[in-house]
Design a protein around this ligand. Structure first.
Ligand SMILES: NC(=O)c1ccc[n+]([C@@H]2O[C@H](COP(=O)([O-])OP(=O)(O)OC[C@H]3O[C@@H](n4cnc5c(N)ncnc54)[C@H](OP(=O)(O)O)[C@@H]3O)[C@@H](O)[C@H]2O)c1
Length: 239
């Protein structure tokens, strides 16, 4: 098998960090993206940028194109994992600036990255795109309209990519279930009384419903390494 390159956003914590570590250990070259600096042993390059900033995110294209020009990859993967839990405010209480920013991180940047990987795909290589979705893409929860809406949009954005029928391309919309990460800490730790759904997240934690990040990455690895799959797929951790 030839070289395999994975672009993974949000590698500084949680699911993205666990996934990047596993990919590197399995012999993939990984390009990770986050605002914080990240270092791993092995073939890992980190791009420190804020995905809410279109100008910063545009720097990724030239760096990846240069990488592609110097090496031949038989498989290219994109894992749109980075996300913000949003502003945790109901309608009537929201910051419009925060709405624009959060949709940029959770939806616009992943769509731009999907466009980028289709452009730079080496001929004959396989493209695997995983969009990290959420049960909240399909379940309205008060106070996190930006999160629920962007996850619903991301699910559809992946379906459109698959429907376009690009060669050797498969897309997975993956919902990891409740995972014990910084995002969950931020949701259950919100102090403002304006966040009406905080008890949902506190109960998930208190009732032991959160899995460790390492436990939920198996289906992503299986999908990325599947040679024969194509089209659109959706999966939820634990079925
Ligand atoms: N945890 C759960 O229960 C759960 C459930 C369903 C779905 N998910 C999804 O799983 C994915 C991973 O979340 P997680 O739970 O692992 O959360 P996490 O630990 O908070 O990780 C989020 C990652 O996204 C990065 N990120 C956030 N804003 C960014 C920005 N503006 N620019 C660049 N990177 C940014 C963070 O890095 P920096 O802070 O360094 O920028 C971090 O690496 C998300 O898509 C989330 O919606 C999680």
């Amino acid at each position: 098998m030839g070289k395999q390159l994975a672009i993974v956003t949000g590698t500084s914590s949680g699911i993205g960090r666990a996934l990047a570590e596993r990919l590197v250990a399995d012999g993939w070259k990984v390009f990770g993206v986050a605002r914080r600096e990240v270092k791993f042993e092995g073939d890992y390059q980190h791009v420190q940028l804020d995905l809410s900033d279109p100008a910063a995110a545009a720097q990724l294209g030239p760096r990846l194109e240069a990488e592609m020009a110097f090496a031949s990859f038989s498989r290219l993967a994109l894992v749109n994992n980075a996300a913000t839990p949003g502003q945790k405010r109901s309608y009537g209480e929201q910051s419009h600036q925060a709405t624009f920013r959060n949709i940029a991180i959770n939806l616009s940047a992943p769509m731009a990255l999907m466009d980028l990987v289709v452009r730079i795909m080496p001929e004959g290589a396989a493209l695997r795109v995983v969009n990290i979705s959420s049960g909240l893409a399909h379940r309205p929860l008060g106070g996190i309209a930006d999160y629920c809406s962007s996850k619903a949009g991301l699910h559809m954005a992946g379906e459109v990519l698959a429907a376009e029928g690009h060669e050797n391309t498969a897309v997975l919309s993956y919902s990891p279930g409740g995972v014990d990460t910084e995002m969950q800490q931020s949701l259950r730790g919100e102090q403002s009384a304006d966040f009406t759904s905080v008890d949902v997240f506190r109960a998930m934690h208190e009732e032991g419903q959160l899995a460790p990040a390492e436990a939920v990455i198996g289906p992503i690895m299986a999908f990325l390494e599947n040679d024969t799959i194509s089209g659109f797929h959706q999966e939820r951790f634990g079925g």
